[in-house]
Design a protein around this ligand. Sequence first.
Ligand code: ADP
Length: 301
Amino acid sequence: MEAANVVVVGSLNMDLVVPVARHPKPGETVIGGDLRRFSGGKGANQAVAAARLGARVRMVGRVGADTYGVELKEGLDAEGIETADVAETDAPTGVALISVSEDGQNAIIVSPGANARLQPEDLSPAQFASSKAVVLQLETPLETVHRAAELGQEAGARVLLNAAPAQALPEGLMGALDLLVVNEFEAAQVAGAREPEGPEEALALARQLARRVPVAVVTLGARGLVWAGVEGEGFLPAFPVEAVDTTAAGDAFVGGLAAALAAGEPLQPALRFASAAGALAATRPGAQPSLPRAAEVEALL
Ligand code: ADP
């Protein structure tokens, strides 16, 4: 197998979904419909997105010694992703328990399990040796994310953090990034500001974030994205599509951006490629099944 040019350090989760008429109150039992099971975790989703969009991907993460772990790893293997560094640990595989009520509201409990056991010591320079892009999220411990960013920098890769789920970020970590990718809500959380209303305010927030990282990208869902930083700034409208389910649009976007940057694309064409990937993911239901392939993105472009 050719050496990986995109390294994703992040989470793998099994999503367990049960439809309910309404969510239970504390102490109450409700009977739901049939259980459905979906492979997820932002790390794994972004790894699959990058692989389908032409990158050679290595995933670094942790699962439990259980059947969900085996299933998640096999799913990544089937996408051609290198999983030698997705090791078993003594905690159970990460799980999201999701109930979906008839009025379309989700109630979610995330049990990070094995994802929380991925430590800085589990990372080594060899894992990043050939990388051109390193992709990080916040579903694994912050110290590990920080170490991965440093190792990516040392390897000469572009280090991209999708700051989700959002939290305030230490300056040390911000200083080890090349690109920060956030939606409007996450941008506000990271900056300690209120959520931007409209592209102009989002651009102002991107500029503010770009004082701490070389490039800040704020995605705006169906309205597109804004970016600011050392490679200029601007607004890129979204591709007009018939959106069905925007789950994983952000993951498709991040995976697409990493794949394009790893292939040597400059920032602006890479953002266009990523936004086409995000738009296509929005046209299909589900998370990993909705992630598009390179040929589909080329066709939309
Ligand atoms: P997240 O899922 O992280 O909140 P967004 O919803 O902002 O991320 O989506 C990321 C990118 O995917 C957007 O910047 C846009 O390019 C694309 N996208 C998302 N939703 C749509 C949509 N309904 N129509 C077209 N493009 C979309």
